[in-house]
Design a protein around this ligand. Structure first.
Ligand code: GAR
Length: 201
C-alpha cells in the first residue's frame, strides 16, 4: 500500500475536514488520501467542501435507516466497500457503539476540542465543551486527537495542543481560537502519523 485510504465522518460545517483537505494538497498528509466523506446530517456544509475538492460523498441518516444499529451496519458496509484504512471523526456528532469501534480497532481517530480528560465524554461536544471550560474558569484549554474505542473520548491520546483562555472570551470566540491554534494543526498531523504507521504495517 502506498497511501492509506481515509474516510472522514462529519456532521456540520466541516472546518476540520477543510484543514485535512488543505493539508493533503500541501503535502502535509502524504501517507494518506481522503477517499470518502460521510455525513450523518442532510445538507451539512462539510459535504459541499468535499464535493468542491472532488471527494466522493455519502449521506447516511439514522432516522431513514431505522435506528443506530442499522446506521452502523450501513456505515461499516460503506467503509468496507471503499476499502477504507483510516476513519477520521471530524466534528462527527454521534457516538459509535462497540460493534462499530471493534470492527475498526486502532483505525478510528477523533478530534475533541479540549485537553482530555477535561470536558469530555457523553454530552460534551461542540460549543458545550467551551461553555463548560469557561464556566469552570480554567485558564488553559486546547484540543486532543485520540484513537476511538467504545468509551466516548476514552481512547489512547495521539496529540494534544494547549490554548490560552483570554479575559472576556465567549464560547464562540474560544471555539474559533481552539480550532485555529490547535485542531486544524494537530488533526492533519495525527492523520499523517497514523496513515504512515498503517502503510508501514
Ligand atoms: C470541532 O470543534 C470539533 O472538535 C468538535 O466539533 C467541532 C466541529 O467543527 N467535535 C466534538 O465536539 C466531538 N466531540 P467542524 O465541523 O467545523 O470541523
Amino acid at each position: 500500500m502506498t497511501r492509506a485510504r481515509i474516510a472522514v465522518l462529519v456532521s456540520g460545517g466541516g472546518t476540520n475536514l477543510q484543514a485535512l483537505i488543505d493539508a493533503e494538497a500541501a503535502g502535509i498528509i502524504k501517507s494518506g488520501k481522503i477517499a470518502l466523506v460521510v455525513s450523518n446530517v442532510k445538507d451539512a456544509y462539510a459535504l459541499t467542501r468535499a464535493e468542491r475538492a472532488g471527494i466522493k460523498t455519502e449521506t447516511l441518516l439514522k432516522k431513514e435507516l431505522g435506528g443506530q444499529e442499522a446506521f452502523e451496519e450501513k456505515l461499516i458496509a460503506t467503509l468496507k466497500g471503499e476499502k477504507i484504512d483510516l476513519i477520521i471523526l471530524a466534528g462527527f456528532m454521534s457516538i459509535l457503539s462497540e460493534r462499530f469501534t471493534s470492527e475498526f480497532k486502532d483505525r478510528i481517530i477523533n478530534v475533541h476540542p479540549s485537553l482530555i480528560p477535561s470536558f469530555c465524554g457523553k454530552g460534551f461536544y461542540g460549543l458545550k465543551v467551551h461553555e463548560a471550560a469557561l464556566a469552570y474558569g480554567v485558564k488553559v484549554t486546547g484540543a486532543t486527537v485520540h484513537f476511538v474505542n467504545e468509551i466516548p473520548d476514552g481512547g489512547k491520546i495521539i496529540l494534544q495542543k494547549a490554548v490560552y483562555i483570554k479575559e472576556g472570551d465567549t464560547p464562540d470566540v474560544l471555539q474559533r481560537r481552539v480550532m485555529e491554534e490547535a485542531e486544524w494543526k494537530i488533526l492533519p498531523e495525527a492523520a499523517e502519523l497514523v496513515s504512515k504507521n498503517i502503510i508501514s504495517e
